[in-house]
Design a binder for this molecule. Structure first.
Ligand SMILES: [Mg+2]
Length: 181
């Protein structure tokens, strides 16, 4: 069964905030049974032109989030090769058409997938999934921890594709953990 993990990097919290990066990780999970120890993943990082995002959406960076970014080891302001919001979302649609994921994960859908939907609306491109496909990584994390799962050391580095890869890797570990209880 085909799955995709989405992580966004944004310049604010809430629903009306501009995005600057989209991370997409495509992977397969067995319909039943234990996920393999080594999951094959394909992933994609899309860096979005923040000025274009602001023009298209009207969403503005939030000072607290900018201050938070300055404290991170990863500095997205060093990335100069950015694409317009339309191109970024068209590329996202292309990835979905090619891979045809059945399920769409995020941490959580109520953050990343709502914000991404707002950006699709702003440029009038239909989003390539529907609400029935959405799955919540954070809920699974809660469940796995209830069952004794310990998260690996080291948090996300906040580069979108690194985070979507990391969440996918941990998802596999959590599923293996819950499966082998
Ligand atoms: Mg992230």
């Amino acid at each position: 069964v085909k799955h995709i993990m989405i992580d966004l990097e944004t310049l604010g919290v809430g629903h009306n905030v501009p995005i600057l990066e989209i991370g997409l990780t495509m992977f397969h999970l067995p319909a039943n049974g234990l996920p393999p120890l080594h999951l094959n993943m394909a992933s994609k990082q899309i860096d979005v032109d923040i000025m274009d995002v602001m023009f298209r959406t009207g969403f503005c960076p939030q000072p607290d989030t900018l201050a938070w970014w300055r404290q991170q080891s990863y500095d997205p302001s060093q990335t100069v090769d950015r694409v317009s919001l339309s191109d970024a979302l068209s590329e996202t649609v292309r990835v979905f058409r090619e891979f045809e994921p059945e399920f769409v994960w995020a941490n959580s859908p109520s953050f990343d997938l709502v914000i991404l939907s707002q950006h699709f609306d702003a440029v009038r491109i239909p989003k390539p999934w529907n609400f029935r496909q959405e799955l919540d990584w954070r809920t699974l994390k809660w469940l796995a921890k209830q069952h004794g799962f310990v998260l690996p050391d080291g948090g996300p580095n906040h580069r979108a594709v690194d985070d979507s890869d990391r969440q996918t890797e941990i998802l596999k570990e959590m599923l293996r953990h819950v499966r082998t209880l």
